[in-house]
Design a binder for this molecule. Structure first.
Ligand code: IPM
Ligand code: MN
Length: 367
């Protein structure tokens, strides 16, 4: 099979982690007899600097004609002086919208080798395996009116949800729960927000179509607390756009590092944008120390979602588990001075190790 990917490395550590994930995809393609083409395009501040547009037409066209998009990160402190609609983040939001990506799936799993990378005690974090299903095309990120008012003396954002937007993301969550432990926890702020009361009503309606899946609701403040008190109690967490953004960073820290988390931004078709949850991390950009595993695991999500290549996807995930078992760690995974086994490696070496684990597993399977 030929994979036709649009590759948007973006800003900050984006290019470094992207390089590592392309190494891993190459090794995967080779082992399983696929081949792939990468249509490399600019996005974010890098694109703005070159062309004055953080989401150039060619980039958008490449994303539309590819099977799917692999995206590194966007964001650069130098964009602070740039008009908001030309900032890197605006490009990402526009791309998600243009690609019809209304659901963002963020798996949060404690990898056994990383129990000690969590800031929480092992008995609390053990068994954590959450799927955050974040609404991605509406809510506070997109609703109108928005912007400065009263000559900049005040500013407005709007959290608006239509019942159809809530219904479609709720279905994604319930469908995913059927493949997991059959439990959805919907997060809202229904004690205060009108849009959350609508959210809760619609989720309850959709829940009736899924009698085999348990459905509960939790206020977002309480959910933030439960995530650190009792992370292993969650299965599928269904959230509006902003709450999912906030809770997913918290959940990432619970399982060790935001550098580990992958995400799939998808809509109705098989395409999508596959991007790590971490941002551009300008403080460490160019140092070769960023953790590429979130990016690498995003590529695994891509193979599974876009091409239904479960074996290939699982091979990447198990290679990641293996290099961690072998003791390899990027800097973000070291807590309290503890270094297991082989020790600290940089971005490129981590990518090379995962790629090698995939190739070697293939050699062993053939032997
Ligand atoms: C994320 C990021 C983005 C978001 C930013 C960069 C616009 O934080 O994917 O979580 O808020 O969605
Ligand atoms: Mn975020």
């Amino acid at each position: 099979m030929r994979w036709r990917l649009a590759v948007l490395a973006g800003d900050g550590v984006g290019p470094e982690v992207m390089e590592a994930s392309l190494d891993v995809l190459r090794a995967t393609a080779e082992r399983f007899g696929h081949d792939f083409s990468a249509d490399v395009q600019d996005v974010g501040f890098a694109a703005y600097e070159r062309s004055g547009n953080p989401l150039p037409e060619e980039t958008l066209a490449a994303c539309r004609s590819a099977d799917a998009v692999l995206l590194g990160a966007v964001g650069d402190p130098r964009s602070e002086g740039v008009p908001v609609e030309l900032r890197p983040e605006a490009a990402l939001l526009a791309l998600r919208k243009e690609m019809g990506c209304y659901a963002n799936l963020r798996p949060v799993r404690l990898l056994p080798a990383l129990a000690s990378a969590s800031p929480l005690r092992p008995e609390i974090v053990d068994g954590t395996d959450i799927l955050i299903v974040r609404e991605l095309a509406g809510g506070l990120y997109y609703s109108e009116p928005r912007g400065p008012v009263e000559d900049g003396r005040a500013a407005v954002d709007t959290m608006r949800y239509h019942q159809d937007e809530v219904g479609r993301i709720a279905r994604v969550a319930f469908e995913a729960a059927r493949e997991r432990r059959k439990s959805v926890l919907s997060v809202d702020k229904a004690n205060v927000l009108h849009s959350s009361r609508l959210w809760r009503r619609v989720v309850d309606e959709i829940a009736e179509e899924y009698p085999d899946v348990e459905c509960n609701h939790m206020l977002v403040d309480r959910a933030a607390m439960e995530l650190v008190l009792n992370p292993s109690s969650f299965d599928v967490m269904l959230t509006p756009n902003l709450f999912g953004d906030v809770l997913s960073d918290e959940a990432a820290a619970v399982v060790g590092s935001i550098g580990l988390l992958a995400s799939a931004s998808i809509g109705n078709g098989s395409s999508g944008i596959f991007e790590p949850v971490h941002g551009s991390a300008p403080d460490i950009a160019g140092t070769g120390t960023a953790n590429p595993l979130g990016m690498i695991l995003s590529a695994a999500l891509l193979l599974r979602h876009v091409y239904s290549l479960d074996l290939e996807s699982a091979a990447i995930e198990s290679a990641v588990g293996q290099v961690l078992e072998d003791g390899l760690r990027t800097r973000d995974l070291i807590r309290g001075g503890e270094v297991a086994g082989a020790g600290v490696v940089g971005t490129a070496d981590m990518g090379t190790a995962v790629a090698a684990a995939i190739s070697n597993a293939g050699v062993e399977a053939d032997a």
